[in-house]
Design a protein around this ligand. Sequence first.
Ligand code: 0X9
Ligand code: ZN
Length: 301
Amino acid sequence: TISFRRYERHETINNYLKSLASKYPELVSLENIGQSFEGRDMIVIKISTGRGTKQKPVIFIDAGIHAREWIAPATALYVVNQLVENSTWNNFMIQNADWYILPSLNPDGYEYTHTNDRLWRKTRSLGSECTGTDANRNFDFYWGTTGASSAECSEIYKGRNAFSEVELQNFKNFSEANKDKIKLYLTLHSYGYFILYPWGYTSDLPQDVDELQHLGSTVSSKIRDYSGTRFTVGSSTNVLYPAAGGSDDWMKGVNGVDLSYTIELQGDYEGFELPAEKILPAVRESFVGIQAFHSYVDKKY
Ligand code: 0X9
Ligand code: ZN
């Protein structure tokens, strides 16, 4: 199992998912959605009790699109851990929903932050001057229109074209194949304590902003009741900054997943380098937020 007292390497994460699949074959299955640029496996874990005749709503969570945001994969893994290894306690969360979780969406970047440069953000695909694309500027929805750079060496390089990154091609194929089932999409980032909804490409608000804001506020107040931590809720352009080509905008604007959120997880003065002893308190309070997201989906579908 995983202790959540340290940050795990990509290989350890994948081995953990594999061990769950063999230990809990009734509940867990894995889908290898493809390899990263450097050849690492990208694995989605599907948690489903498989009972009932009608298709259950799917909650799809990813993490690690930005390499240095280590608390994000840890949080995704904690959700997996709680739903699978604490499934008696958390049974209500798996009865009427299926969970698809991709804990490591940019494995090459993530490994590079462990071996070479702790603050690497991008993928590791090769360019002519510089390495890597900002994968959260590489989605094909208002691609490159704002808050993104066409300079290869920039931290927010949009890529040579939309979906230039193989990791995102894998992600796109998987998402498109499942888009009708996915009722809630959460993409985990850090840091700053924000619950963000589209749009990132414009300050205009989506037509269902009331629902997005209401659900975000509910989640935020559940976390505040639990631990006192305050998450700010709003559209990403309006509470953070404009940035087009993100996964949240694409999931909503192209795939039609109405409830699409980016969560900026824990970290204040520590920034991306949240110390290991803060992992457990962080993932525990975030899980309370995930429970609140789930209970909304449960009531709605
Ligand atoms: O800039 C980003 O990609 C995200 N912030 S981070 O500090 N983790 O890099 C925010 C993304 C919000 N969503 C969109 N702009 N679409
Ligand atoms: Zn990020």
